[in-house]
Write a protein of this length. Structure first.
Length: 466
C-alpha cells in the first residue's frame, strides 16, 4: 500500500469525516412520527474507581479542553504533555473507557520514563480530529484504531511504522497480519470486539421462557420475539436497538453473512456484495422494526443501552464492551451470549482495536520509544484488566489464562471471535461503511425499497473504491 498521499488530502478527509463517523450521537438524526420508545433512566452503574490521570489536572486545562460530563473532551488539542509525559488519544467513550484508564494508571505506577496522559474523545469525533491534528503536525503520541480503519490511516500517512519487542508468538497470525502493511508493523493488537446478545434473565423468566438463545431458524426467532411481546409488561420490548447508524448495520452485517453473503469488497479491491442476500438481510431486519419487536426510533446507543439497563427490554444486541458496564448495573440480571445465526452459517459482526503511533514530526525518538514501551506493555500486561470490560484481548497468554477463564459470561460468547465476519482490509472500507449505513438508514425509515437501496449501495461503494 502506498503512503505518499499528501497531508492536504488527509486534512480534507478529516473535515469530511464529520459526516462519516457520527454513530454515537443522534443530534442530527432523522425522526419519524412512529410510536416512541419508553423514556427511561438507567440504574446506577459502578465502574472502576476514577483514574488518577483520566482528566486534565487543572481547571484552566479542563475549560480549554471543554470536558463533557462523561469525561470525553471536545478540544483534545488543548491538552499538552508536560516534561516526560506522552499524550494518548482514545475513542473509548463507551463502557470500556474506565478500564483503559485503569490500565494507564497501572502502567504509570511502574514509574516509566514517560508517563501516559489519557485524553478520551467523543467516539464520533475521534478519527476526524485525529486526522486533522496529524495534518497540522500536532498528532498525539499514542492513538488507537479499528482494524477496519487502519488501512486508510496507513495509506494517508497518518500513522507511522515502528519496531516493537512484542512476542508475536503470543498473537494469532491473523492479528499480526491486520497491523502489517508491506512488511512493516503499524500497530499493536489490543482486542477483538463483537456484536453479542444480552438477555435480561428476569424478563425472560417473567415471560415463561428459558433465558437462552438456542434458536437457529428465522421462524423460531420470530416466535420467541412474538412470545416476549405478548407476555412482557406494557412499554417493555423484546429487543432494544437503534433505528439508525451502527447497530442495525452491524446486525445486518451479521445476518448477511449468516445467509452466506460474500465479502463486501474482495481481495482484488472490487465490490463483491451478493445483491439478493443483501436485500433479504435488510428485509428481515425491517420486518422486526415494523412488527415492533424492536424499540421504535432509538437514535443513539446511549438510549439502547439505558433501556436495557432499566429493564425495559428483554434483549439488546450490542458490543462485548458492555459486559463490564452491564455487570456493574445495580439490579440487572443478564446473560451474555451469541447473536443467533438463523440462516445456515454461523457469523458475528466483529472488529478489533489496535494501538497506533500517529505521525508527529515534533516527537523525539526517545518519546516514540516511550510510546512503543507503553503500547507493548498494555497489550499484554493490561490484557486481563481490558478483558474485565468485556472485550476479548488479542494476547493469547491472557485469554488462555485461568484468570480470564474465571471471568463471568466469557465462555458464553468467546466463540464469537471464532465465527467473526471481519471487515475487508481496504483503505476504502470506512468510507464505504458510512455509505452503507446511510443507505440502510433510508430503508429502515421507509424512504426507499430494499431493491433500490441495495442497488444504490453497490453503486456508491463502487464509486468509493474507484
Amino acid at each position: 500500500m502506498k503512503k505518499c498521499k499528501k497531508l492536504t488530502a488527509l486534512l480534507m478527509a478529516g473535515v469530511m469525516g464529520l459526516s462519516l463517523f457520527g454513530c454515537s450521537s443522534g443530534k442530527d438524526a432523522p425522526t419519524t412520527a412512529a410510536p416512541q420508545a419508553p423514556e427511561t433512566q438507567a440504574p446506577e452503574t459502578k465502574a472502576p474507581e476514577a483514574s488518577a490521570t483520566a482528566a486534565p489536572e487543572t481547571t484552566g486545562a479542563a475549560e480549554a479542553a471543554d470536558v463533557n460530563g462523561d469525561g470525553t473532551v471536545n478540544n483534545p488539542e488543548k491538552i499538552v504533555a508536560g516534561e516526560h509525559e506522552l499524550i494518548f488519544w482514545s475513542l473509548f467513550s463507551g463502557g470500556d473507557g474506565d478500564w483503559m484508564d485503569k490500565i494507564i494508571d497501572d502502567y504509570n505506577a511502574t514509574n516509566p520514563e514517560y508517563k501516559i496522559v489519557p485524553v478520551k474523545l467523543v467516539w464520533a469525533d475521534y478519527y476526524t480530529k485525529l486526522m486533522t491534528a496529524v495534518a497540522a503536525g500536532k498528532g498525539p503520541d499514542i492513538g488507537v484504531s479499528h482494524v477496519s480503519k487502519l488501512p486508510e490511516l496507513v495509506a494517508n500517512g497518518a500513522v507511522q511504522s515502528f519496531e516493537t519487542s512484542l512476542d508475536w508468538s503470543e498473537y494469532t497470525e491473523g492479528a499480526r497480519n491486520t497491523v502489517t502493511f508491506d512488511g512493516e508493523v503499524y500497530g499493536v493488537p489490543l482486542d477483538t470486539h463483537c456484536l453479542i446478545a444480552y438477555l435480561n434473565t428476569d424478563l425472560f423468566k417473567e415471560a415463561g421462557i428459558e433465558p437462552d438463545l438456542s434458536v437457529n431458524t428465522e421462524d423460531d426467532f420470530v416466535a420467541l420475539l412474538k412470545q416476549l411481546k405478548e407476555k412482557l409488561p406494557e412499554g417493555t420490548y423484546p429487543l432494544a436497538m437503534d433505528k439508525i447508524q451502527d447497530y442495525p448495520f452491524r446486525y445486518w452485517w451479521q445476518v448477511y453473512y449468516s445467509m452466506g453473503g460474500t465479502n463486501v469488497i474482495d481481495a482484488d479491491g472490487k465490490v463483491a456484495i451478493d445483491r439478493d442476500k443483501a436485500i433479504k438481510a435488510a428485509e428481515f431486519i425491517k420486518m422486526l422494526f415494523d412488527e415492533e419487536y424492536i424499540t421504535p426510533n432509538l437514535t443513539t446507543t446511549e438510549e439502547q443501552d439505558k433501556i436495557f439497563q432499566a429493564g425495559k427490554a428483554a434483549m439488546v444486541f450490542t458490543g462485548t464492551w458492555c459486559v463490564g458496564k452491564f455487570g456493574a448495573t445495580d439490579g440487572l440480571n443478564f446473560k451474555a451470549t451469541l447473536v443467533p445465526s438463523l440462516f445456515g452459517t454461523e457469523s458475528a459482526w466483529a472488529d478489533s482495536h489496535v494501538f497506533t503511533i500517529p505521525v508527529n514530526p515534533g516527537r523525539t525518538p526517545e518519546e516514540t520509544q516511550g510510546a512503543i514501551d507503553f503500547i507493548t506493555w498494555a497489550s499484554k500486561n493490561g490484557g486481563l484488566t481490558w478483558a474485565e470490560s468485556g472485550q476479548i484481548p488479542s494476547n493469547l497468554t491472557v485469554t488462555q489464562s485461568d484468570a480470564f477463564k474465571a471471568l463471568p459470561q466469557r465462555s458464553e460468547y468467546m466463540r464469537a471471535a471464532q465465527i467473526a465476519a471481519y471487515p475487508p482490509q481496504s483503505e476504502s472500507f470506512y468510507t464505504a461503511r458510512a455509505d452503507m449505513i446511510e443507505k440502510l438508514d433510508s430503508y429502515w425509515n421507509g424512504d426507499v425499497s430494499a431493491e433500490d437501496m441495495v442497488d444504490d449501495m453497490i453503486a456508491t461503494i463502487r464509486a468509493d473504491i474507484e
